[in-house]
Design a protein around this ligand. Sequence first.
Ligand code: PEP
Ligand code: MG
Length: 890
Amino acid sequence: QERTAKFVYDFEEGNKDLKDLLGGKGANLAEMTNLGLPVPPGFTITTEACKVYLDEGAPPDGLADEVSEHLRAIEEKMGKRLGDSEDPLLVSVRSGAKFSMPGMMETVLNVGLTDASVHGLARQAGGNDRFAWDSYRRLIQMFGKTVCEVPGEAFENAIEAAKQAKNTHDDLDLDAGDLRALVDEYKKIFHEHTGRDFPQDPREQLDLAIRAVFDSWNADRAILYRRQERIPADLGTAVNVVAMVFGNLGADSGTGVAFTRDPATGEQGVYGDYLANAQGEDVVAGIRNTIPLQELEQLDKTSFDQLMQIMATLEGHYKDLCDIEFTIERGKLWMLQTRVGKRTAAAAFVIATQLVDEGVIDLDEALHRVNGAQLAQLMFPRFDTDGEHRPVAKGVAASPGAAVGKAVFDSQRAAELGAAGEKVILVRRETNPDDLPGMIAAQGVLTSRGGKTSHAAVVARGMGKTCVCGAETLDVDVVGRTFTVDGETVSEGDVISIDGTSGKIYLGEVPVRPSPVVQYFEGKAEPESDPLVAAVHRLMTHADGIRRLGVWTNADTGEDAARARRFGAQGIGLCRTEHMFLGDRRELVERLILAETDADRQAALDALLPLQRADFLEIFRAMDGLPVVVRLIDPPLHEFLPGLEDLAAKVAVAEATGKDPGKDGVMLVAVRRMHEQNPMLGLRGVRLGLVIPGLFAMQIRAIAEAAAQCRNEGGDPHPEIMVPLVGAVQELETVRAEAEKVLRDVASKSGVEVPAMIGTMIELPRAALNASQIAQAAEFFSFGTNDLTQMTWGFSRDDVEAAFFSRYLELGIFGVSPFESIDRDGVGRLVSLAVQEGRATRPDLQLGVCGEHGGDPDSVHFFHQAGLDYVSCSPFRVPVARLEAGRAAV
Ligand code: PEP
Ligand code: MG
């Protein structure tokens, strides 16, 4: 394995662009250091070192020496030695991956405290014994839990008992003596669970903490989070070792989290939470309730002003919303972290356009700051609260959306009910990383404690999940599985509604109304109606102006077509016709399939013709002036017949009771005859057209007659005829000859000639490989990437996702299902090959895609690069595809 020689970087040596190597936290700490901001001295151990450790089970050679060298540098800057008994340097050991994974990995604070150095720390802190013993007990607790897997409750129970003995709920009521006794208690707990004493060698503490952070990359919750967020499993985490500064040294100290703008709405101002006399994890854990950052101005104006200035510097430097973590130690401000902050989907649009107005970025860059997934989120409905619904409580609006579901009080239960298809709201006092499975399964998350930066808020926002937190009037009883509010009790299973945009909480189910963004796309709301809509309008307009890809839609009815058109679709890329053979037409299809003579078959086709013609006419009218690609019937015909097993059972019952099975008996014979082991590889697509005389001709006639009629009405139809599942040019040539004959016939009989291109889907690997031949008979290709994925991987698209994809995702065989996002390395290469060869044969070959991938953001970028003319997707995805096509073009 190739190794970089250097595994450790001082903060002075890094910068914000080295996230792959130094992780997000390390890269940004380096950037702030080099901007001259007050960052405590420290160094970063690279993700490369982590990867070696995870591969080989041991840190890379030379890492220990490098750590020693860089530790010496911190010691020199701070003028103290790690764990020195007189004047100890303490360090924090923090994880920091390339992509932020809030709370998923480990941190150990106060490394360097020992039975000896705890006294030195107390003296250093001006005789503050309480602080020193509190710091020591925190170290044993975090180190025990993180490094040595001592169950957290063991420590929590001990501190709870100490508080009870003093008749208090507040840690701050424990004095130095109590905490010293607690340290003894903790050391016993540590020994009991690990069979060894708490390590008294500071360097051993440091080395073990570093390993524990490496190991935490593969903690269950981290793996789950990565899967959810589609973060690759092989990146590894960096480790940051930073000189400790203390927010818990008294009233003139504290710690906080801040945003340079409101991460929920994008509004400019001072947003954040502050907690006096506390360490950072107290804020994020939401254990104590914080005060709004503005109030820091009264407490410590100098630090507040400096913080505001630093925030302005950071926004100017990163040209984006930043979030930060800071600590004030006895009136001195220290920056512990910054990054380009997570934000809600709405805020992303608003902030991007604000920054354009402020002259910080241009519109092209603004497009990069938003994405299709965010736009999709904004198209969700919201609560309609104009009616009689009155909120019973209000919490912090932490992550927007309207969520309705049954109240559930623990993560596991939420995950179970969620898996069973139930809608649930996870209700907790506060969440911690163990709640992740429940948060993923829930419609929304509700907590009674913690602010906008609590774990629940940060994680929910990252997942785009509705969250209301810090609803303090809720009395949550997790054990009893109830909460009480406003004199009412809600038990597990009772339906509640939470509004992540307003923070309001309702009992029962509140009806929802459409999103303003959808209203705008529907043409029912003006862009100026609201700042979010205005921002969306502006960025969509820019995307439309620069994109090269057309955006068409998959629609089978006039109604869907009309909606998609309002959403900006420039044509229909796939009108599936099989849906048109269901309902009361099924009988005609049965007659067609069961026909024993040509005359019977023709009679069934003749009866279907006017019905099909009416279908197409409606669609041509809705898409007047725009192309409509009609695909000839594709699925195996037995899908229109009763199922074999049911029918066999019915006939058997009839026979056993001595009755005549009648029509069922005839049908059973036919169903048996047509049964296929692998229907997706059987008689379907173009094969049907070649085997069942007159079927395709009837459809083509219906298309041509509908187009002629539409033209006669003064319309402007643009039909295109698409043949599915072609693998050989001969198949297409045969259908083409038949189609041309029908088109000529309709033209001469109706006196109206409506040109119709004839093309094919590329759904089989053989078709892609033979694109140059197939293009001789096709005026267009449309990539059916659903089947192309199925046929390339040999994955049954109807079975595999439920059967084993979760295991494949777990194993990292792919990061996302290839049916969701195009497999660039396999299916994508077939697409690119067919594009090149097809165009080589026929330079004006029209190229599109109509599989589900047409509406998937990442795939849209691929299709842009591959040189397609358009993507076609379901109506609701059309705006998403427009935006992503624009983003792909900048
Ligand atoms: C495809 O295979 O990608 C396609 C669009 O056709 P269908 O999904 O109808 O098989
Ligand atoms: Mg298909």
